[in-house]
Design a protein around this ligand. Sequence first.
Ligand SMILES: [Zn+2]
Length: 260
Amino acid sequence: METEVKFTVGAVAPDIWQINEKGAGQDVDCYLVVGSERAVLIDSLMSRGDRRLYDIVREKTSLPVDVLHTHGHGDHVGAELKEFIDAGCDIYLSPKDLPLVGMFGAGYPSDTFKPLEEGMTFDLGGRKLETIALPGHTPGSVLFLDRERRQMLSGDTVGSGHIWLQLDHSEPLHVFRDGVKRLEEEIADLRGLVIYPGHRSQSAVQLNGAYITHLRELSDMVLSGEMAGDENPMLAGRFPNARVVSYGLVQSLVYDINNL
Ligand SMILES: [Zn+2]
């Protein structure tokens, strides 16, 4: 396992920077989205890297920054928040995921976070990000959609190569499926949609709107019994009821046979 944590920064689209953290067993991405008046950082990584995340953000923009979290897992609400808190940035997380913060060791008092809710829109000046709730991976999982530019920033909610729904606090598969169906309808007219997930390196290809349809079809097939997942030896010790299915652009969906 690498112990040295490195941050790598690259532009994935105009005014969107992907900031990758690699090391200490992690390969996780957050994204800085910059408008004409404000910026948002979507997720805040896990470890104290080789330089401060706050400094990386400030190298790219001097505009006011809000920090939005896709969910409460510690590799996305990490040790890098301190400088943002000290700088007075507003920091958002779904209240449903507050109990999860600190699972990986980075504890923050709950009053650190402003409530992030379905439908909240962040107007950055010249671009808007809409909050869409999609419970599954965690109860408070959300994603952010720029309809005009057809960009989705999704954390682990959808799009990370391996979607984990087998965790103790994950929602049942049918709840996830209903959320994916709603999302599929929301994006039906958004041709050319591009998805930027929280573990981008886990996907071999750039994910798009067809991926969301595949995810809904796959969930339907598992729920109807048409498709059954396989046990995965890597997961069996910790999650004996976990099963893994793949379909189309969905590399793997992991669910719990007792939580359908
Ligand atoms: Zn997660």
